[in-house]
Design a protein around this ligand. Structure first.
Ligand SMILES: NC(=O)c1ccc[n+]([C@@H]2O[C@H](COP(=O)([O-])OP(=O)(O)OC[C@H]3O[C@@H](n4cnc5c(N)ncnc54)[C@H](OP(=O)(O)O)[C@@H]3O)[C@@H](O)[C@H]2O)c1
Ligand SMILES: [Zn+2]
Ligand SMILES: [Zn+2]
Length: 353
């Protein structure tokens, strides 16, 4: 017995997405069946579909910023019941035995299972993401959406939010911390909001001269145009932490001098070889570091959601129907998203014959 699901899938690295019927497993005793209401659109969806990172399998149903309502639960589920408002992010399983899992950092588990474009080791089935009407997930990988948040606008917390929250917390951003965020898209706008809410002094470093007003509204105290040498020179030695959300290969050397002594630039956007080569001199001479960070664990995702519930923090979103997805990707690639697209899955149900 399986569950029939309607999704929206890419069938190759270049094909536009189309409706796609597939089956999900019947719930295991510890599974939650979720009716998907909204799903955010992450730049990783584009990278994955286009096979930028290798390992793409098709048909691919992207989507890992999932918010929905519990439809039913397996017999051993204790944390959820039908009707609950829940979220699912980038992970749907992990080994539960390794040191990363024990530390609550399931995202660094060698056996972690990604929400889409992965394989469930328990049954060998491919995983399909949130551009679909229903998803079945082990309850350990389901989070509770706090009351009072607009669910449409909360969906991006499940990836853009946690991916910036995790380094903000790891590097202990708080009152007085000088934080810079590079790139104002989905991740960048959440980093501004969260960094500000944690008490940091927040600077946006952007290539786009037109984003200043939005950035201020989102929490930036200062805007620096990365293309303007004088503006970059003016922030030399300033930042305790830089969160770099740029999706493509780019030169990190202009950013390193803007770090304070012992500061860290953490890459969350780009995955791959750095070019041109990194000059180690600013690192050695100023005990500066370049680091990376991947999404966040389940406990810290719940911590983020509870923080956002308490502070009324949600994403700035543009709602779309599934049929608008290719246009949304084009706009993201042109750095023209304000500041996260979110799919209303009612539009997918409406395409069902
Ligand atoms: N580490 C993780 O766990 C994780 C999780 C989610 C996503 N990601 C990755 O993070 C990256 C950003 O995702 P997103 O959804 O925030 O993307 P997005 O909404 O498209 O925003 C990216 C922003 O980066 C800037 N940018 C784009 N191309 C650039 C370039 N060539 N040089 C300099 N700046 C550039 C633009 O901002 P300005 O106009 O302000 O310059 C753009 O709006 C993607 O690569 C995604 O795959 C990583
Ligand atoms: Zn993502
Ligand atoms: Zn593990």
């Amino acid at each position: 017995m399986t569950i029939n699901v309607l999704g929206y899938a890419g069938h190759s690295a270049t094909a536009p997405l189309v409706p796609f019927r597939f089956e999900r497993r019947d719930p295991r005793p510890d599974d939650v069946v979720i009716e998907v209401l909204y799903c955010g659109v992450c730049h990783s969806d584009i990278h994955s579909l286009r096979n930028d990172w290798g390992g793409a399998t098709y048909p691919m149903v992207p989507g890992h910023e999932i918010v929905g309502r519990v439809a039913r639960v397996g017999a051993e589920v204790t944390r959820f019941e039908p009707g609950d408002q829940v979220g699912v992010g980038c992970l749907v399983d992990s080994c539960q035995r390794c040191s990363s899992c024990a530390a609550g950092h399931e995202q660094y588990c060698a056996g972690m299972v990604v929400t889409y474009n992965g394989v469930d080791p328990k049954d060998g089935r491919p995983t399909y993401g949130g551009y679909s009407d229903t998803i079945v997930v082990n309850e350990k990988f389901v989070v509770k959406m706090p009351d009072g948040l607009d669910l449409k606008r909360a969906a991006p917390l499940l990836c853009a939010g946690i991916t910036t929250w995790s380094p903000l917390r790891h590097w202990k951003v708080g009152p007085g911390t000088k934080l810079a965020v590079v790139g104002l898209g989905g991740l960048g706008h959440m980093a501004l909001k969260l960094g500000k809410a944690l008490g940091g002094h927040v600077t946006l470093i952007t290539r786009s001269p037109g984003k200043g007003d939005d950035a201020r509204r989102l929490g930036a105290d200062r805007i620096v145009l990365s293309t303007d040498r004088a503006q970059m020179a003016a922030v030399r030695g300033q930042f305790d932490l830089i969160i770099d959300t740029v999706p493509n290969a780019h030169d990190l050397n202009p950013y390193l001098p803007t770090l304070a002594t012992s500061g860290t630039l953490v890459l969350v956007g780009y995955l791959g070889p750095l070019e041109p080569a990194l000059d180690s001199a600013p690192l050695v001479l100023g005990r500066k570091a370049v680091a990376g960070s991947l999404i966040g664990g389940l406990a810290e995702t719940q911590e983020l959601l509870d923080f956002c519930g308490a502070h009324g923090i949600v994403a700035d979103v543009e709602m779309i129907g599934v049929a608008d997805i290719d246009r949304a990707y084009e706009r993201m690639l042109a750095s023209d998203v304000k500041y996260r697209f979110v799919i209303d899955l009612a539009s997918l149900r409406a395409t069902a014959p």
